[in-house]
Design a protein around this ligand. Structure first.
Ligand code: RM4
Ligand code: MN
Ligand code: MN
Length: 431
């Protein structure tokens, strides 16, 4: 088999697992129906749930202390796309990738498009990168890009964004995500107001260059690499930017980009309330921008976020159209396995949120019944929806258990042979 062919994957052929699944699913349908829920409608909702995969999450990640690469990791965009298409086939819920430029700028869009067609994947938001200097780059971003006091550096950063939009147009993206590392490490290093004004001015120019059917997502992050003051530090700064740009500018919420104990579902509710929730970078964290597998640390918080989203969906909130994306770094787990786990966790979180009886919740809220209101949420959260999401995947050609199907397939061992490590080829993402 050529290295570019899609490896055949036996999704399931374990009769015992199949039988157990049928019994578990029938039991769950029975339980749901006793609660007056329509299991088929829930299945259809889970089948509609889609999330985009980040190309930068397929190679082994690292920390600033080191990187421990795994065998068979992808070395090129084509190989990342092969892995992405496998994740989609097993989960039936991840049909698009999110490109990061210049990491994914191969210089040959026609080839990227033909690979994407062959692999059956599409393109979500494109991401810019002014947080690193690239080889041969004229001016340095060491002291900022859009916030840089030098007009020439700002111009270079704007030009980069125009190029990202150009690539996005060619692959059929409809959104640009801008995360800026701009900020300072020491008081006095930069003007706190001036730097924000400069970012806003540059973004206005980028926004003006967006195609009419595109959105621009501003992504905030409290610290790292800036350790004293980040320019787009919090959702308030992100919202100010989005509102000053125009209707098609919205905020992106990366679940790891909050100071400890922030109530992310509340932030989501606020952004929804003003029509500025653009999308998500799903992941999980214990301390900071840890980029861990979604649902691995705070699954209840993930459910509460989905609860806000499902409520907005049910209320048909005007303009509600969040872009769901993953942003993770895998420095210990096999990246494909982590992404399979992630999509499964998101499918479960979403399914549980779909189980919330919002009418009942509203009536408990109105009568001030705190216990019953909380129980309404907990009843949904504590339902074991695994048979439901497994069935949803299976009906769309995916696997009952994506991680086990992946392990049974021998894909990684095959790729370890096809993808020998070539020195200096793996982009040091998230280092
Ligand atoms: C940042 C941020 C961005 C991502 C980069 C690689 O921390 O989360 O979304 O593009 O990492
Ligand atoms: Mn992110
Ligand atoms: Mn991040």
């Amino acid at each position: 088999m050529a290295a570019t062919d899609v490896a055949p994957i036996r999704t399931e052929n374990d009769p015992a697992a199949e039988r157990d699944h049928q019994r578990d699913f029938t039991d769950l349908v029975d339980r749901l129906e006793r609660q007056g829920r329509d299991a088929e409608a829930l299945l259809a909702a889970v089948q509609r749930f889609e999330v985009a995969l980040p190309t930068w999450a397929f190679a082994t990640g690292g920390t600033r202390f080191g990187r421990f690469s795994g065998a068979g990791e992808p070395r090129t965009l084509r190989e990342k796309m092969e892995d992405a298409s496998l994740v989609h086939r097993l989960t039936a819920g991840a049909p698009r990738i999110s490109l990061h430029i210049p990491w994914d700028d191969t210089g040959d869009i026609a080839e990227v498009l033909s690979d994407a067609r062959r692999l059956g994947i599409g393109f979500d938001a494109v991401n810019s990168n002014t947080f690193q200097d690239q080889p041969g780059q004229r001016l340095s971003y060491k002291l900022g890009s859009f916030s840089n006091p030098s007009a020439a550096v700002r111009r270079q950063a704007i030009e980069h964004h125009l190029r990202v939009i150009e690539i996005g147009k060619q692959v059929g993206s409809q959104a640009l995500t801008v995360w800026l590392a701009d900020g300072s490490n020491y008081p006095g290093q930069m003007s706190l107001r001036g730097s924000f004004d400069r970012v806003r001015e540059c973004l206005q120019e980028v926004y003006a260059a967006l195609p009419d059917d595109w959105r621009l997502f501003t992504e905030h992050k409290p610290y790292e690499p800036a350790f004293y003051a980040t320019v787009v530090q919090d959702w308030g700064s992100s919202l100010v930017l989005a509102q000053s740009l125009g209707e098609r500018a919205q905020c992106l919420v990366d679940l790891g980009h909050h100071l400890p104990n922030a109530n992310i579902e509340l932030i989501v509710a606020r952004l929804l309330g003003v029509g500025r929730l653009g999308g998500f970078h799903f992941n999980d964290s214990k301390y900071g921008d840890d980029d861990l597998t979604a649902g691995s640390i705070k699954p209840y918080a993930l459910f509460l976020i989905f609860n806000e989203l499902v409520l907005a969906e049910r209320e048909r909130l005007p303009g509600f159209d969040p872009a769901y994306m993953i942003d993770q770094s895998h420095n210990l787990k096999d990246p494909i396995e982590s992404l399979l786990q992630t999509v499964d966790q998101l499918q479960q979180g979403y399914a549980k949120a779909c189980l919330v009886d919002h009418e009942e919740l509203a009536s408990h809220q109105a009568s001030g019944d705190v216990i019953m209101a909380e129980r309404t949420l907990k009843r949904a959260y504590e339902t074991d929806v695994r048979p439901l999401v497994a069935e949803a995947r299976r009906r769309r050609g995916g696997a009952l258990d994506p991680v086990l199907a992946f392990r049974a397939s021998g894909y990684r061992a095959q790729k370890a042979i096809e993808r020998p490590v070539i020195a200096h080829t793996v982009a040091p993402t998230h280092l």
